[in-house]
Design a protein around this ligand. Structure first.
Ligand code: 3PG
Length: 306
């Protein structure tokens, strides 16, 4: 029998697990759950004899791939698959997929929420500033960036985007202005959301050269991965610009230093929570289960990333 393992350190909402279970069982497969595990050895043990694996940000490295004797498919229920060793998977003939767009609304809403939270001084009762009429920059216009643009426009912001991989017409048809290059985006926009995936080209790419271009009253919001931000640049910005604020869903390694010196201009969620809504869990979790059924039963490779 085909066995599907859901391995999540940060579990899906119960309603999503029920939905996944229904899809898997209806297909005639068996479902195994490994939730809130605290030791990677638990994953190594659980993955041994399963055919399919659903994960979130869980680390699927070479050791996990090695331990998996029957694994045919891994689906990352979400967008970023930087947690999965694609090379090791491909070498073992394992298909890897993500579920693009399924949790984007949750991430976009959190981004705007963090932007408001920062500019209303953590809701501490003091006078803040409004977003209406201000410039919003979207760095990478994928699923998340596009929804951020829609919300920001609805709030009366002047919205700009930069994405070399996206057709300009698509962006402009959304009523979002495009810029010629990434430096233009940072020069124009007081508020910027970075929505880049973490890969060898993007890691450390948000650096002092870019951040320092931001106008007075700058707030940088990072709903993506910590690795895309160059941390020495971040510290330099905090030190040089007392108007600079940073909010993130993935705390930097230098968090202790920032908190000690610049706590009033910094916020990080206690645990990555951009996609942690019932809706996002249902959308991404159920999509992952359906993709596995379609792959095993029909050989459907949609959303394969390796
Ligand atoms: C993603 O890449 O889809 C998001 O960062 C969400 O990650 P999560 O499933 O770990 O919450």
């Amino acid at each position: 029998m085909t066995t599907v393992l859901v391995a999540t350190v940060k579990p899906f909402a119960k309603v999503a697990v029920n939905g996944i279970s229904e899809i898997v069982i209806k297909a005639g497969f068996e479902l195994k759950m490994l939730e809130k595990y605290t030791d990677q050895n638990q994953l190594l043990e659980a993955v041994k004899d399963v055919d399919a694996l659903i994960v979130r940000s869980d680390i699927v490295d070479e050791n996990v791939i090695k331990a998996a004797n029957k694994l045919k498919i891994i689906v990352r229920a979400g967008a970023g698959y930087d947690n999965i060793d694609l090379k090791a998977s491909s070498e073992k003939g394992i298909t890897v997929m993500n579920t693009p767009g399924q949790n984007s609304n949750a991430v976009a809403e959190l981004t705007i929420g963090m932007l408001i939270f920062m500019n209303r001084n953590f809701f501490n009762g003091t006078a803040g500033v409004e977003l209406r009429g201000k410039t919003m920059g979207i760095h990478a216009y994928g699923h998340v960036g596009r929804i951020i643009g829609m919300i920001a426009k609805g709030m009366g912001m002047d919205v700009f985007a930069f994405d070399p991989f996206q057709d300009k017409t698509i962006i402009e048809n959304d009523g979002v202005k495009t810029v010629e290059n990434v430096r233009d985006l940072y020069s124009k926009c007081q508020y910027i959301s970075v929505n880049l995936p973490a890969n060898s080209e993007t890691k450390g790419s948000i650096n002092y050269d870019l951040m320092s271009l931001m106008p007075e009253g700058a707030t940088l919001v990072n709903p993506a991965r910590k690795e895309i931000i160059d941390e020495s640049s971040l510290l330099k910005m905090f030190a040089e610009r007392n108007d600079f604020r940073y909010a993130t869903d993935t705390a930097p390694d230098c968090e202790a230093q920032i908190k000690a010196e610049y706590a009033a201009r910094y916020f990080a969620t206690p645990k990555k929570m951009g996609a942690q809504t019932d809706e996002a869990n249902i959308n991404a979790g159920l999509a992952a289960a359906r993709q596995i059924v379609n792959f095993i039963q029909k050989g459907d490779n949609t959303f394969r990333v390796n």
